[in-house]
Design a protein around this ligand. Sequence first.
Ligand code: UDP
Ligand code: MG
Length: 328
Amino acid sequence: MQPVAFPSARPVDLSVIIPIYNEEANIGSLYERLRSVLDPMALPGGYELIFVNDGSRDQSLALVQTLALRDPRVRYLDFSRNFGHQIAVTAGLDRAEGQAVCIIDADLQDPPELIPQLLQKLQEGYEVVYAKRRSRQGESAAKKLTAKLFYRVLASITHISIPVDTGDFRVISRKVVEALRRMPEQNKFIRGQISWIGYRQTYLEYDRAERAGGETGYTYRKMLKLALDGITAFSDVPLKAATVSGFIVSGIAFLVMLYTLYSRFVTKEYEPGWPSLMVSILFLGGVQLIAVGIIGEYIARLSANVRQRPLYIVSDSNLPEPPAQPQR
Ligand code: UDP
Ligand code: MG
């Protein structure tokens, strides 16, 4: 008897990965818009839509399951809880079969209509085509400002060039997916990892629309985690900054010491309360706390990687079991 080969013969041309967190208001129209863009392209190998439900508390999963009943190209992974956007995308990447993979948000802020152009560029020989935001609508000034600041700070303290004003909306080739699967880090910053991988990369610009329905799932807390993951994974500058600021503060403290000695023994005009002492103690204490905090951020991530936990737990899926769990 012939053994059944796995994976089943489905060399799809394009996998679209869609992380889902409380997106019941958008799933229907997203599916329609994806279809109206992808169906006319008549990809010979076809496409698959991989919805990764990241612990939604609304009807998102039920909606996706209903779509999957009607359309075999709809695949889904259902997480046992909310693991976060980057992990959801990673899970999709672990299971995507496509020769090209598109990562797109579910809230229609990333226009599916751009996918053909992104794919076109990929066919011109690029391995990564990311979509860069020319403008962003419907987001708070604070969010836009913090994002802008973050991308600039990150760019200035890393050696690799992580594109500014770019989220995860992009099309990547099979090669890049394979490379990503071999990157074992627990704290994912996918757009940084993709820059790190290299190959020929290019971009297209687009105007980012307002969220179609529902509310953002990215709280400030989650954004801060993403920012810290990005910085700690791709830069050691903060660690070094701790050392540098330590030297600067010690230098200042030394000068203050000379000054107090001078006023005690030469001018004999000094405050008996030693205010300068208080100032330097507080100053040094502050710098030490900052330095310890920075070290803590790195150590927390080190220990997460030492623990080697699986990145996510799947509770339900209509995807075939992978041949082997990716090594992490
Ligand atoms: N998302 C997710 N898990 C989360 C938060 C968000 O999978 O914990 C998904 C969300 O459903 C959407 C994408 O990640 O498809 C981007 O999130 P969102 O639109 O809320 O972020 P924003 O555009 O406001 O930065
Ligand atoms: Mg959004």
